[in-house]
Write a protein that binds this ligand. Structure first.
Ligand code: IPE
Ligand code: IPE
Ligand code: MG
Length: 230
């Protein structure tokens, strides 16, 4: 890659697994499997080129309304990546952190997630946040209720500490694949000044080179934060 301004934190809305599979006359689960494989490939590349924090949207709160068979297949994929084939995540040598309400997952997967976060807590190669049953509105409402229960007014700094991303800098760049141009309840508070990048590629076909292109595009942007020059 040419000399560029690298984002510290990239977040991915990994959309398009189902359509990618349908175009190949395969079941949606086939797309999800290809999607998780691609997640480890693209995230490993992001860390390799120097990105410090990667956040991936794996399952939204609203996705829980999908048919049970699809959810079971997604849960099985979590089981595979947090347990049976956990070396795929471990070999990145980054801290793994899960955001969202994982109490909806079978107990064994919750235990595997806890084990993975403990096992990787000493890794310093970067931070990977995996959002599972995550919804930004729910996160904001929960934070407000916590503040109310403390009987406290909040300011921007103390409010941020009540979010699940407490202590993590906001994403510099949010990449959504799959052709839709929306945030679908992802990091709504944290995305206030994120640069957004939309790719028509379906997630399983979003390549390392596509990631570099997105970063090059980001690098050429002028982040003004309301001021007159960046
Ligand atoms: C994204 O792919 C993965 C999840 C939401 C779990 P989709 O499953 O939404 O794929 P499309 O959008 O139907 O193609
Ligand atoms: C967003 O994709 C959620 C994830 C990628 C996990 P969706 O497929 O759920 O989004 P909508 O329904 O098209 O907005
Ligand atoms: Mg989708």
């Amino acid at each position: 890659m040419k000399r560029i301004k690298l984002p510290v934190h990239i977040a991915f809305i990994m959309d398009g697994n189902g359509r990618w599979a349908r175009r190949r006359f395969r079941p949606r689960a086939f797309g999800h499997r290809a999607g998780v494989q691609n997640m480890t490939k693209v995230c490993a590349h992001a860390f390799k080129i120097g990105v410090r924090i990667v956040t991936v949207f794996a399952l939204s709160t609203e996705n829980l309304s999908r048919p049970k068979e699809e959810l079971d297949e997604l849960f099985e994929l979590f089981r595979v990546y947090f347990c049976k084939k956990k070396e795929r995540l471990l070999e990145m040598q980054v801290k793994i952190n899960v955001l969202g309400d994982i109490s909806v997952l079978p107990q064994d997967i919750q235990d595997d997630i806890l084990e993975m976060t403990e096992e990787t807590s000493c890794y310093c190669g970067g931070l990977m946040n995996i959002c599972i049953n995550y919804g930004a509105r729910q996160e904001i409402v929960r934070a407000v209720n916590t503040a109310v229960s403390y009987g406290r007014f909040v300011d921007e700094t103390s409010f941020k500490d009540l979010l699940s991303t407490s202590g993590i800098p906001d994403p510099d760049l949010i990449i959504r694949t799959g052709g839709e141009v929306r945030l679908s309840n992802f990091l709504l508070y944290q995305a206030a000044y994120s640069e957004l990048y939309f790719s028509k590629k379906m997630w399983p076909e979003f390549s390392r080179r596509d990631l570099e292109r997105a970063i090059e595009n980001y690098s050429a942007r002028d982040r003004r934060y309301g001021n007159i020059r960046g």
